[in-house]
Design a protein around this ligand. Structure first.
Ligand SMILES: C[S@@+](CC[C@H](N)C(=O)[O-])C[C@H]1O[C@@H](n2cnc3c(N)ncnc32)[C@H](O)[C@@H]1O
Length: 269
């Protein structure tokens, strides 16, 4: 990796931060002890088999809500030689990402940075798109993505299909446990009722004998239906090119768990 691609680029990018970043992130991303465990809870995920080839075939890639930066880390490891940039407002998540110095890591969100036609590909993985709850934030974020993309650049992301009601499985009985050194850590979800509009609020509880008390994090995610999603994208000047319902490229249907969208800036191919 040429050294010119390293930290100096990070500084260049940070200099483009034009507004202050004030995103309050959920405790599960803000708490260093939990951010440290994030990747261990994600082992075996199928979405990276879908995203990694896209990243490898693009020269300049922005990962919005990059978290611990696992996707970009894998891309570098697989020999990506171009520009890889991860953006996230959670210091604790970026702390994990920064263990890799040959990727740009930017603290912030899409309303605190400005990139002008710099990326061939922008991705939002791990359902990071669903943290954009308010219409105004969603519009501003999509507009920032549109501006960050090169002329024929592509935005690829997924959001859970509300018709599949995936949140119904977010119950304590479906808890996941990982082994971390000598101790085990259990993660469980509990949806708060009632579900309001297209948002779902829930708690995530992490418990382990290594801690005096559990960590409890409260989150709200937006479940946009496909018609609303399409409207937000087209209003931002993004044209849907292809959609899938799951990571095996199955077509999107009413029962698909995911709405995986590939959208281009400008006219569709
Ligand atoms: C579920 S994690 C996904 C992380 C990573 N993309 C992955 O695939 O594992 C969601 C990430 O979104 C970040 N996030 C929260 N609010 C955000 C915002 N307004 N803009 C961008 N990212 C945000 C969180 O800090 C967290 O790292």
């Amino acid at each position: 990796m040429p050294s010119s691609m390293r930290l100096c680029e990070t500084r260049l990018t940070v200099s483009k931060v034009s507004k202050s970043s004030s995103t309050v992130v959920d405790r599960l991303f803000a708490e260093p002890a939990l951010a440290e465990l994030y990747d261990a809870f994600c082992i075996g995920r199928r979405d990276f088999d879908f995203y990694l080839p896209l990243v490898m075939s693009a020269n300049r890639v922005l990962d919005v809500g990059c978290g611990t930066g696992e996707l970009l880390r894998l891309a570098r490891e697989a020999g990506h030689t171009g520009r890889l940039c991860g953006l996230d407002p959670a210091e604790a998540m970026l702390e994990q990402a920064r263990k890799r110095e040959d990727v740009e890591w930017v603290l912030g969100n899409l309303t605190s940075v400005y990139w002008d036609e710099e990326f061939d590909l922008v991705v939002m993985t791990g359902h990071a798109f669903q943290v954009l709850i308010e219409d105004s934030v969603l519009r501003e974020s999509l507009s920032a993505i549109q501006s960050a993309l090169t002329d024929r650049g592509c935005f690829v992301f997924e959001t859970r299909n509300p018709l599949a009601k995936g949140w119904e499985a977010w119950v304590p009985e479906n808890a996941t446990t990982i082994k971390d050194g000598e101790s085990t850590v259990k993660m469980s979800h509990q949806v708060e009722s009632p579900i309001t509009g297209d948002t779902v609020s829930f708690t995530t509880t992490f418990s382990s004998t290594r801690w005096d008390r559990p960590f409890i994090s409260r989150s709200t995610l937006r479940f946009l239906d496909n018609d609303s999603l399409s409207k937000f994208l087209s209003d931002a000047g993004l044209v849907i090119e292809e959609q899938f319902g799951d990571w095996d490229y199955k077509p999107l249907t009413n029962v698909s768990p995911e709405i995986i969208t590939m959208a281009r800036r400008g006219l569709s191919c």
